[in-house]
Design a protein around this ligand. Structure first.
Ligand code: ADP
Length: 458
């Protein structure tokens, strides 16, 4: 409504301005035109009288008579000489004005002034007479009056039209905005079924689209959080149940049998480790994504660092027959946050181990790119790959493929989201290529640094 009022006010001001300027312009044009013709006609009449004398001038004047414009030959006392049918007229006041303006009575001089609602041309003529031409302003102002009425009518029509148009535009606009704000309130209360729709104005349609996207993202995030809570609580429950069961067994059965007792205690220790790893992952992901930890960038030997991480999987080689094949160029240096890159490499390799095929093979590569400015890391497994639809989803926090999969390295469903946040905060390129039935390759490009350590750097 406020918008509409402004619109109408604006239209009124513009129309008024237009009318006032038109009026001023037309009036000044009319005045100028009248003065010019008065001057011309007066000069012509004076000339005529000077050349042809009174009788011819009488005819000239009678022939001339135009609407509102009259020529008179006047004696010095203001009485009319010609035309002789208007002898009762008296121009003494006009002559007085003329004389007061034209000091010295120069006979060539003519002046124009307004007096008595008329525009008067007065010029000294021969034999002490005067030529006076009058033009009744009444005629001009009557024309102007008609124009003003026309202006007012057009102005009123324009204002009525602007009121109607403004009302309909503002109604449409505010209806759209009111809808959006009502839906936003619903969304704020957690109703994700709201649909922001209003395409009458492009800006509002854009806003609706954006809000629809926000709704989808908020919903997705809510779903993910619920899923994570379900996953994490499930993953926490399993080791806790095991710990409780084995602790009871130690107390009631195996306490006296050192061999069995140790075996059961080992299960308790392993399950406690799993719990620690899970809790660490949850903490990591929230820390990394809320950027609590600033990056601690330094130059380090990526090749050695990678070997160190692969060594952590040594127990899988020995106990479960996994092969982790490494092909790495020696002494490649990069500049990054070593600890966080450690999480990235560990998560990618453990996923490859978890999802590789029956042959239990994982291939890790670390090579300097041909251009020499990048180090290409990749880890390939021989598993069943990731489908096209799933590919964009796997990097999402809390995403976990639906099927349950027994895995040698326990995951929380947070591994790839940690990888993504860490690599994005480093601005490193990374990605995945996968072929169903053949396996997946996860890759990261690290910047190559020429062997110097931080101490050598400026
Ligand atoms: P998780 O703990 O479930 O492994 P991640 O975030 O590490 O969590 O991975 C998310 C999902 O991406 C996994 O549940 C799995 O579906 C898919 N995924 C990750 N790595 C691979 C891989 N190498 N091969 C096939 N699928 C993978």
């Amino acid at each position: 409504m406020l918008l509409w009022t402004y619109f109408v006010l604006f239209a009124c001001v513009i129309i008024l301005l237009l009318e006032v300027t038109c009026y001023i312009l037309v009036r000044s044009m009319l005045d100028r035109e009248a003065t010019e013709s008065l001057n011309r006609i007066g000069d012509e009449a004076s000339q005529y009288f000077a050349v042809h004398g009174p009788e011819a001038t009488q005819r000239y004047i009678l022939d001339f008579r135009e609407d509102g414009m009259n020529i008179h030959l006047v004696a010095a006392d203001g009485s009319v000489i010609i035309p002789n049918d208007e002898e009762d007229l008296d121009f003494s006041a006009e002559l007085e004005k003329f004389n007061s303006r034209v000091q010295g009575g120069n006979s060539n001089q003519s002046i124009i002034f307004t007096y008595g609602g008329k525009l008067n041309y007065v010029a000294a003529a021969r034999a002490g007479n005067f030529i006076i031409v009058t033009y009744s302003l009444h005629v001009a102002h009557k024309a102007l009056g008609a124009l003003i009425i026309y202006f007012v009518i057009v102005g009123v029509i324009a204002i009525v039209v602007s009121i109607l148009v403004g009302y309909s535009i503002s109604q449409k606009l505010s209806r759209g905005i009111r809808n959006i704000s009502a839906n936003a309130v619903k969304l704020g209360k957690g109703d994700f079924s709201v649909e922001f729709s209003n395409a009458e104005y492009k800006e509002i349609a854009d806003l609706s689209d954006t809000l629809n996207r926000v709704r989808d993202e908020v919903k997705k995030s809510g779903d993910f959080q619920r899923e994570l809570l379900a996953n994490v609580s499930h993953d926490l429950k399993t080791p806790l149940t095991m710990i409780k069961a084995y602790a009871s067994m130690v107390r009631e059965i195996s306490g006296d049998n050192p061999e069995k007792r140790n075996q059961h205690l080992q299960v308790i220790i392993d399950e406690a480790d799993r719990l620690t790893a899970l809790v660490n992952d949850v903490l990591n992901v929230s820390k990394v994504s809320s950027n609590i930890d600033a990056l601690n960038i330094k130059v380090f030997n990526l090749t050695e660092f990678l070997y160190g991480i692969v060594d952590k999987f040594g127990y899988l080689r020995e106990t479960q027959g996994y092969t982790l094949d490494i092909e790495a160029d020696p002494d490649l240096y990069t500049r990054a946050d070593e600890e966080k890159i450690g999480q990235v490499l560990y998560n990618l390799i453990s996923n490859a181990v978890n999802y590789t095929g029956e042959d239990k093979k994982v291939f890790i590569k670390l090579n300097l790119a041909a251009e020499g400015d990048r180090i290409k890391f990749s880890v390939r497994d021989t598993g069943k790959g990731i489908s096209e639809e799933e590919l964009p989803e796997i990097w999402n926090r809390y995403y976990r493929s639906k099927e349950t999969h027994s895995r040698p390295v326990k995951g929380s469903g947070l591994g790839l989201s940690i990888v993504k946040v860490v690599l994005e905060s480093h601005k490193f390129d990374f990605g995945v290529e996968s072929e169903i039935g053949k396996g997946s390759v996860f890759w990261v490009d690290f910047p190559a640094v020429g062997g110097e350590t931080d101490e050598d750097l400026p």
